[in-house]
Design a protein around this ligand. Sequence first.
Ligand code: SF4
Ligand code: FES
Length: 247
Amino acid sequence: MKLNLKIWRQAGPNAKGRMVDYKIDGVESDMSFLEMLDLLNEKLIGKGDEPIAFDHDCREGICGMCSLFINGEAHGPDRLITTCQLHMRKFNDGDTITIEPWRANAFPVIKDLIVDRSALDRIQQAGGYISVNTSGRSVDANNIPIPKKDADMAFDAATCIGCGACVATCKNASAMLFVSAKVAQFALLPQGRVEAAKRVQDMVAAMDAEGFGSCTNTGACEVECPKGISLTNIAILNKEFLLAQTK
Ligand code: SF4
Ligand code: FES
């Protein structure tokens, strides 16, 4: 397969970036999207050119590192997968593919296709945890009865991998879907109720401080989320936030 690639190149955080055209052949339909970029980088290095910097780690849809905007869609044209799980069989010989980094003020470009997503880590550090007694006399979590529906919803929320596709997709660069998943994951369980009011207020304050935009219920985040995180979590976040104001 031969492809025309248009890729964002930016030497550093303060450098001016631009789209650069590349032609590549020898792409197999069984290759993953990242393997296609590996092949391009091998060719660039062979010519003595600077390889394209892009993020990746697990390459199996777990870590959330492979943050690429492909043909105007976060994680590309497929649904419910990350960029590393996208395969070249989704494209056709002769296609032109545009590849950009996540675009959001809170995700500054570090180099080429790599952005700094540490803002999400700081939101998580503000309250995305429960304080537990680790003295060895803590109650076994399985001793606390939890309705199956709540356990399932909490588990679904906990599948958020912090990739940031929701932010990159949102016209307001809002992090509401991410924050809602992290809040709902605990709010739905008895263990998370103890610190629920403080958690939601601290995480929303951190989200605002990082410069993410507001949610206007467009729903693009839910469409592009590789883990299918539901907008229902944003309703839970709003309810938790309002409840916290009454405490
Ligand atoms: S909510 Fe979805 S798109 Fe947003 S960070 Fe979590 S997994 Fe990624
Ligand atoms: S590289 Fe880990 S999710 Fe894609």
